[in-house]
Design a protein around this ligand. Structure first.
Ligand code: DAH
Length: 359
């Protein structure tokens, strides 16, 4: 850092001996001494006013005093005073440069950022457990050649019921507690209508799954929710047998739950499949011995399925003599609850991070 500009009172000027000359000399010295003690910009601002202040500044007062001197003295003193003023100004300016540079250095030092420090990682979110389970199901079926189809959540009674072989007044309509939008429109009660929509669009062979939201007029409790999720599955081709149906579902259930899982098919009824089955897996807690989870049966029911009813093929103009197929309906919540031993479906919808962060 540079030294203050040299400050001097010209000694070579012929000095008429009078009070003011003394003043000028002393003021010059005092100014320098005081300037050395100033160590901040605000203090320098105050200091500047002390000397240059319009009313009571030391130099201002000296200038005023000059008016009372004889013309001869006035010229000489005026020149000395002016020199002094110029020298003081440059000394203040130099001091100001020094102080500003020092303050900048200090600020840079105190605000220094260490770019090598590790950053703060924000918490990372992840997909919802129901989404994770849906992806797992999709991955397994994708790996054996199934593609994914989509369909509307507001459906017609035709696709949700009629084309699935559930005519008006059929008791199966009552078991599906339906939210109606109008006489012929409803919130789909299952993903099965996508079977019909897909078969209308494509000729066999078909292998599809359809994940999606479904709605039922149920009061929320530990096992019911008015909105939940299913994955519908459908395979249609020439020569598909009950063996293909069993083999495919067994393969899927072992892949999803575990290799050790045993699978059992129980006769059941769905209007759109014939024969129909309810599919159970062996209890993964007691391995079939009987426990609280499987209600002492050794088995846990996981899905409904069956061979596509030829009557359904009639609605989509597939030749039932030529084609056969199977279909299944998976409850995503049900699968997640069984896989992770979750005893209340409401946990999925509460958005409590203590629950969600476990997945
Ligand atoms: N749609 C049925 C339900 O929601 C589930 C189901 C059963 C789907 C059998 C199917 C099936 O495709 O074959 O209760």
């Amino acid at each position: 850092m540079g030294r203050p500009a040299p400050f001097f009172i010209s000694a070579d000027i012929e000095k008429p001996q009078n009070d003011m000359t003394l003043d000028i000399d002393q003021i010059g010295k005092g100014f320098l001494d005081e300037l050395r003690t100033i160590d901040s910009l605000p203090a320098l601002a105050v200091f500047r006013i002390k000397y240059y202040g319009r009313q009571k500044g030391v130099l201002t007062l000296l200038m005023k005093e000059l008016q009372n001197k004889s013309p001869e003295n006035r010229r000489d003193l005026g020149k000395r005073l002016n020199d002094l003023k110029i020298e003081m100004e440059s000394a203040i300016a130099e001091k100001e440069r020094q102080l500003a540079a020092r303050e900048l250095d200090q600020r840079l030092a105190s605000e220094q950022v260490d770019v090598t420090l590790p950053g703060n990682r924000g918490p990372l979110g992840h997909s919802h457990p129901l989404t994770q389970v849906r992806y797992e199901i999709e991955d397994i079926f994708h790996s054996i050649g199934y593609s994914i189809e989509d369909g509307p959540e507001i459906e017609t009674t035709y696709y949700n019921f009629e084309a699935l072989n559930i005519p008006e007044h059929h008791p199966a309509r009552d078991t599906q507690d339906t939210f109606y939008v109008s006489d012929s429109l409803l919130l789909r009660t299952h993903t099965s209508p996508v079977q019909i929509r897909t078969m209308e669009k494509h000729c066999p062979p078909l292998r599809i799954i359809c994940p999606g939201r479904v709605y039922r007029h149920d009061n929320p409790d530990a096992t019911h929710s008015p909105v939940f999720h299913q994955v519908e599955g459908l395979a249609v081709d020439e020569g598909i047998t009950f063996g293909d149906f069993k083999g495919t579902l067994e393969y899927f259930l072992k892949a999803f739950f575990s290799e050790r899982t045993k699978v059992r098919f129980r006769p059941s009824y769905f209007a759109f499949t014939e024969p129909s089955a309810e599919v159970d897996i062996s209890c993964f807690v007691c391995f079939g011995k009987g426990c609280r989870i499987c209600k002492m049966t050794g088995w846990i029911e996981v899905l409904g399925a069956g061979m596509v009813n030829p009557a359904v093929f009639g609605y989509v103009h597939y030749d039932p003599e030529k084609y056969t197929g199977f279909a299944f309906g998976i409850g995503i919540e049900r699968f997640a609850m069984v896989k992770y031993s979750i005893n209340n479906i409401q946990y999925f919808y509460d958005n409590d991070l203590r629950f969600l962060e476990q997945f």
